[in-house]
Design a protein around this ligand. Structure first.
Ligand code: MN
Length: 439
């Protein structure tokens, strides 16, 4: 899963000209999948592959292109908009499709004339969720987030004693996960401040974002059968950006003793494109651990995972306020971070999840947890950036934020770049905050 092949060759170019620009997210070496159709139509949904600023419509490509019979079988459900069927395939089949698409879109491909008509500009598409999400689990693998948030509540003892032994997570809700571009309604909820005698039910005043990545499960495991760490990456389909919106005033009142509930499940936004795990091979990096940290228990330990279980993926959070849009000003960058700061790798999260025999299924989504970096300006939430709401974040031009306001548009972005590799990106994950409903 981790190995480089000709599809990572940084010199390879596409016959789709826009894919050869230096700073784009979707060159020939990336080839992420989304589920889309021409905007404003009742077209059936189909799976598309990003190439430059275009998308290859696999419904059209399946019939217009020339493919081997094995690839034709893989394309058939994709033409019907079913990405879960590809997720359920073994890693070797998924890799074979990546290679076939790479060859078809490569400069000089004999497929060019046949596939030209299967391209559509991404700007003309509307997206659905990329796959049917059976179950959603949110982890807490960003240790810098865990420490900073822990300090707000327990200055002397920020990190709970289990953190460096067991990947912390909770079962979330799949029904309220929406695709990027879907507006988010400010939630109502029950909260009780330190000076309140009784709780009140009101619109959240501490609405926040969480910079996360979504890990999509590929082939699952049978109930009762764990996934060994050395096989875990074969069960990972790919990555999307994931904003786990959070109501910070609802959370502290409701979360004990059973964990997060309505402060989390009013909406979570996922980016439309899934960058396949194979595309990230040139950007793998070691697991970051302090020398005096405990060694993971044997079921979470594997040499390849320690050496290259991480991903060097740059992460960014942007805010575009209503006032900025009205004045024709651009967005403000709130933070930069990196996926390499995860305390547990993607493989460890997956292996831990299945370690008790819990059955994962193709299309399940695992949130990583908020991926803050070690520095204050690398924080992946406003809770951290504003130090619990005590210090407003300056946005320039007289604007500032402690938490999100109605009309704010929050966007996550991610990209990987390294010498000797072609830069790839994940696209954007955006959501606009709508005012709470009147009640
Ligand atoms: Mn979260």
């Amino acid at each position: 899963m981790n190995s480089l092949d000709h599809t990572h060759d940084p010199a390879a170019q596409s016959w789709v000209a826009s894919a050869n620009a230096a700073d784009i997210d979707f060159p020939l070496q990336n080839l992420p999948y989304a589920r889309a159709r021409r905007a404003g139509t009742q077209q059936d949904w189909r799976i598309v592959v990003a190439i430059g600023d275009q998308a290859l419509d696999l419904a059209k490509a399946a019939s217009a292109g020339r493919w081997s019979s094995a690839i034709q079988v893989l394309l058939e459900p994709l033409a019907r908009g079913d990405l879960n069927a590809l997720m359920a395939q073994p890693a070797a089949a998924r890799r074979a499709l990546r290679q076939a698409l790479f060859e078809a879109l490569r400069e000089g491909s004999p497929q060019q004339a046949r596939l030209q008509g299967a391209l559509i500009a991404q700007a003309e598409l509307e997206f659905s969720l990329p796959a049917r999400i059976g179950d959603y689990t949110d982890f807490y693998a960003g240790i810098h987030h865990a420490v900073t948030v822990g300090k707000l509540f327990r200055p002397d003892n920020p990190l709970l004693p289990n953190y460096k032994w067991v990947p912390i997570g909770y079962h979330g809700r799949a029904s309220s996960i929406v695709v990027s571009g879907t507006p988010l309604r400010r939630p109502w909820g029950q909260r009780k401040g330190p000076n309140d005698e009784v709780p009140q039910f009101a619109p959240s005043q501490r609405l926040d974002h969480e910079l996360e990545l979504g890990l999509w499960v590929a082939q699952g495991n049978a109930l009762g059968e764990p996934i060994p760490i050395e096989r875990a990456e074969e069960h990972l389909f790919g990555l999307s950006l994931f904003n786990d919106w959070s109501a910070r005033d609802i959370q502290p009142w409701e979360y004990q003793p059973l964990g997060p509930f309505l402060a989390k499940n009013f909406g979570s936004t996922v980016s439309p494109w899934i960058v396949c795990w194979e595309a990230l091979a040139p950007f793998r990096c070691p697991l970051e651990r302090a020398a005096d940290d405990p060694r993971p228990l044997p079921y979470l330990q594997h040499t390849a995972n320690e050496v290259a279980g991480g991903v060097d993926l740059q992460l960014e959070v942007w805010i575009h306020t209503a006032a900025q849009r009205a004045a024709g000003r651009g967005p403000t960058r709130l933070a930069c971070s990196n996926m390499r700061h995860m305390y547990w790798t993607a493989a460890q999260l997956l292996t831990h999840h299945a370690s008790n025999g819990c059955n994962l299924q193709p299309g399940d989504l695992l949130g990583t947890g908020t991926l803050s970096g070690p520095l204050p300006e690398q924080a992946g939430s406003l809770l951290e950036l504003s130090q619990g709401g005590r210090q407003a974040v300056d946005l320039g031009e007289g604007e500032s934020r402690t938490f999100l306001q109605d009309g704010d548009e929050l966007s996550l972005r991610a990209y990987a770049e390294r010498p000797g590799a072609r830069r790839i990106g994940l696209g954007a994950c955006s959501g606009l905050i709508l005012p709470a409903l009147a009640r």
